[in-house]
Ligand binder design. Sequence first.
Ligand code: ATP
Length: 308
Amino acid sequence: MTSSDRRDGTLPSAPTILREDAPGKLNLTLDVLGRRPDGFHELEMVMVSVSLRDELTIELGTGEPWAVTCDRPEVPTGPDNLCWKAAKAYCDAAGVDPQGLRIHVEKRVPVQAGMAGGSSDAAAVLRALNRHYGRFSEEELRAVGLTVGSDVPYCLFGGVALVHGRGEELTRLPDLPGELNFVLVKPDFSVSTPELFREIDQAEVSARPDTEAIVSAIRRKDRNAIGANLQNAFEPLVAARHPIVEELRQVLLAHGAIGARLTGTGSVVFGLFCSKFRAFSAALELEEFCPLVHLATALPAGVFKLKK
Ligand code: ATP
């Protein structure tokens, strides 16, 4: 069956299967600039997408009620899953009916980790549907993504980006210099993002990133300056409740990381390494006291296709 068979609105004889990867992201920086009149926070972040990714299988034309499943029990299935919300938003905005839809997510990105796993799954659904139906331009797809979640517009395009607003203003930055390796470690706690935003509203931000400095370091491909300028406004708040954050950072730095930080509101802590060997030895040590440790690299820009 070719994709043109499905555009005339007839029910295909067998489901069409689309596959799409959904990489996690890391915050090289995260700053909270204030609260907006619409209730969202004004953010300034430098994000990078990484090789650790979920794998989605999307079936169209099943002729059955919609279903979303995941191999991890802690992730909601059905209409509460962000994949469902993304598919609904796309179909409503595009005015298409897939005649039955089934999505299965193989989760590799840690959940409630500050890696935007759910948003990236949602973005993957939007990309796959847009390649299939071809209805929207990049900008239009970004607007549909924003109705699903603040991180979805970034996740649609990935790569290295400077992100403003609640997540809708994106400036692409050059790829990170080669041979940078990330070690990601997820300690055994999760954080309530809304609670942390409430807390930061009342606190003076003590760990303010120098966004200009890291953007300039990325443009100059200066690895040490990138490492030195990793910063996250939430880290002191999370580390005050969970001392393991600082302990993990120290292990990463002791193994030669050029920088180590919390991503998003946590709980993943990552280290940035110039040497793969050092990254590997840090991962080996961390595995002894944290079950979830991953090695990853930065994904280059342009790996996602939004159109045929
Ligand atoms: P962020 O970095 O955007 O704050 P996160 O990494 O902290 O995201 P997610 O892994 O995206 O958090 O999950 C947040 C919540 O979203 C989960 O607790 C889960 O209930 C819900 N959720 C809905 N759909 C998904 C999905 N496809 N994958 C993961 N979580 C999902």
